[in-house]
Design a protein around this ligand. Sequence first.
Ligand SMILES: O=P(O)(O)OC[C@H]1O[C@H](O[C@H]2O[C@H](CO)[C@@H](O)[C@H](O)[C@H]2O)[C@H](O)[C@@H](O)[C@@H]1O
Length: 393
Amino acid sequence: MDLKNSGTSPVLTDPAPISNSRLGLSSNIQTYSPASQAYSSGLYSTVPRRKTIIGKLDDVCANGWLDAMKSSSPPRKQLNKDFISEAAVSETEMEYRTWMMTYPSALTSFEHIISSAKCKKIALFLDYDGTLSPIVDNPDLAIMSNAMRAAVKSASKYFPTAIISGRSREKVYKFVKLRELYYAGSHGMDIMGPVRRSDSNGDQANCIVTTDEQGKEVHLFQPASEFLPMIDEVFSSLIDITKDIVGAKVEYNKFCVSVHYRLVHQEDWPEVARRVFDLIKGYPRLKVTHGRKVLEIRPVVNWNKGKAVKFLLESLCLSSCDDVLSIYIGDDRTDEDAFKVLKEYNLGYGILVSSVPKETSAVYSLRDTSEVVFGTHTSGIKLTLLHSYCTHL
Ligand SMILES: O=P(O)(O)OC[C@H]1O[C@H](O[C@H]2O[C@H](CO)[C@@H](O)[C@H](O)[C@H]2O)[C@H](O)[C@@H](O)[C@@H]1O
């Protein structure tokens, strides 16, 4: 894997700033600058601090920020039959069904998944928000249902299972509360995984052996650890510059920060974008990406959920595509990196959770989190049967 080859910290120019180009961010945000540059100005910012940042509205519109913000999450009401006419429902449904011809339901494709998994070990990777818990207005209330927890727990009895989330690792663990899983927080920039015997991951910079809450020895890999003070600084500034915007919420995710605008009046979205954009201009080693009604501020490191999947597979001694099938279920743009890795290295299948047609590198789809519960539960049972069958051959 890339890390093994580089043998050093993976702090490099990000090769695929897809979201940034959609945002129309200026190139300096995507460009890697040596550590010395970022640490040259007393603290971390390279522009003088201003309490209120007044930018040009034109910049925000012309750069495509607004379009990206508007399209970043499907409007839930639009999908609710109470709010739209029957004709519109069937049109939406027809579009979805057409899309599903390219990205068939993972539920109805189960036999195909089973046949590719035959006599292989399975590794299961799950995103959190929008996959294990439905999207809700208040990110602090994105609770996972007991049914979902039970389904994930039962799957993890048979397959190594990891959660890879944009949230901080600690926060996602508080929601999931299952000790038997592996957790990667901050979009994969904070991975707690098993200690490897051959130890190729352990040789990496930023990878240390430590103990988890149960006192078990684990590997902790934090490829962006040097950014912690900078992220803390930016987090405080973001709170400061958004405090007068009604509905804006800044969330600390350890190696990244989320600026939520789901509850901000749409008229004020340009203002949110402008303030974030202007602040981050002063941090050339940080970039802004789009999530679902959220702007995410992240270090410019060559690391993402796809690389986290490869890292975990290697840690679990499951990186051979000949006898392992990986399944990754996710709903967001950041999950696309994982879908791509599975496709590119022929490691398994990405499953996109979406109630609307979307461009994706996933192979299969699920409509919403209720289908994830069912799918995870069913896969636990069916694939377990398959495994026992193989074991008894
Ligand atoms: O990688 P994920 O586990 O999917 O995390 C991505 C972001 O998810 C959360 O925000 C999203 O879900 C919220 C709760 O449903 C919703 O209110 C928000 O609009 C969504 O963007 C989380 O709060 C972010 O910090 C994560 O980065």
